[in-house]
Design a protein around this ligand. Structure first.
Ligand SMILES: [Fe+2]
Length: 334
């Protein structure tokens, strides 16, 4: 896969969520933010933060329904960590978000949303890593990126999520044999209790770690867990293969929360719609041989034709040059 492009978390206070991410060093995507959600850019990735219940229902997300990532997300910054600490402390609503700083090597912060104590908040580990930051910067300068550009928070490098004991191998099989990833990009480790999926465009992994308390299907009955991720597959061919594998198992997912909005951000119900929009959804991460669902996490599966893809090459700039005869002609220059 090319990129884990966004994590979508419903929040109960869009203004507070925006201030939190700006304090961390993200920038707002003002083009795709609107009256029901905020989008913030972190390099080529984003957090999508809806504060309305759904496209059709403008009721605010209830405090108890705010969503939190079960695990942690690692983000790379290009500025000193104490600059982030200072900005968090300057906002009285965010002053409590910093959990700990560890020897100036990383900063652990928790989201200001979530109401059931610290176990119900998203956790972010912010680090400095020059090599990763340089690689992310090079990738950012080669493609169009997101509207609004990028700030000091330059990459979403690790998304670590918990999963039920005994499911890491099933999850690996979903990525290997349903989404048809290159076997070199899916790695089981720690005695097959952890699985790592490596993305191609920037240093970035999605990991599932087995833990005793984790369940497989919290998505299905717990509003806090009904979040989704968006990933870009390498090619239309791999997109078609994944679509067929998902359909063959009757696992194509329609999320009613996005019905009524633009079709590119809704749920494709046929291959024709998937090719037209560049996106389809699946939430049951199943092993295609046994049919057993290892974990439930909604994925927006996308290809590069999707309207919101940040990976298109930068537009060629037009540069006037003088050609023989003295006439001025516009030519493209990279
Ligand atoms: Fe999304």
């Amino acid at each position: 896969m090319l990129l884990l492009e966004h994590i979508n978390l419903n929040v109960d206070n869009g203004d507070l969520a925006l201030r939190f991410f700006l304090a961390l060093g993200a920038v707002q995507n003002t083009k795709s933010s609107n009256s029901r959600q905020v989008h913030v850019n972190i390099g080529l990735s984003q957090f999508h933060l809806p504060f309305h219940v759904s496209v059709a229902n403008p009721s605010p997300v209830a405090q108890g329904d705010a969503q939190f990532w079960r695990g942690y997300v690692e983000l790379v910054t290009t500025e000193p960590l104490d600059a982030i600490t200072k900005r968090l402390l300057m906002d009285s609503d965010l002053a409590e978000c910093q959990v700990e700083g560890m020897n100036n090597e990383s900063l652990l912060v928790q989201s200001p949303w979530g109401c059931h104590g610290k176990d119900s908040k998203s956790t972010f580990k912010i680090i400095q890593n020059k090599a990763v930051a340089d690689a992310a910067s090079a990738a950012l300068h080669a493609v169009k990126g997101h509207h609004g550009g990028f700030g000091r928070l330059i990459a979403m490098t690790r998304c670590v999520h918990t999963c039920k004991v005994g499911t890491a191998r099933l999850i690996a099989n979903f990525y290997l044999h349903v989404l048809d990833l290159n076997p070199k990009k899916v790695r089981l480790f720690a005695n097959d209790t952890k699985v790592l999926i490596q993305f191609d465009v920037t240093p970035q992994t999605l990991e599932f770690h087995e833990t005793e308390r984790a369940r497989s299907d919290e998505y299905d009955d717990t509003e806090n867990s009904k979040y989704h991720i968006a990933v870009y597959l390498r090619s239309e061919e791999s997109f078609r293969t994944a679509f067929h594998n998902v359909c063959r198992a009757n696992a194509l997912f329609v999320n009613k929360k996005f019905e009524g909005g633009p079709i590119e951000f809704a749920s494709s119900k046929t291959l024709h719609e998937a090719i037209l929009t560049g996106q389809f959804r699946v939430k049951n991460m199943f092993d295609p041989v046994t049919g057993i669902v290892g974990h439930v996490m909604e994925h927006e599966i996308r290809m590069m034709s999707h309207v919101a893809c940040p990976l298109r090459p930068r537009a060629r700039s037009i540069m006037p040059v003088v050609v023989p005869g003295g006439k001025i002609k516009n030519v493209c220059k990279l």
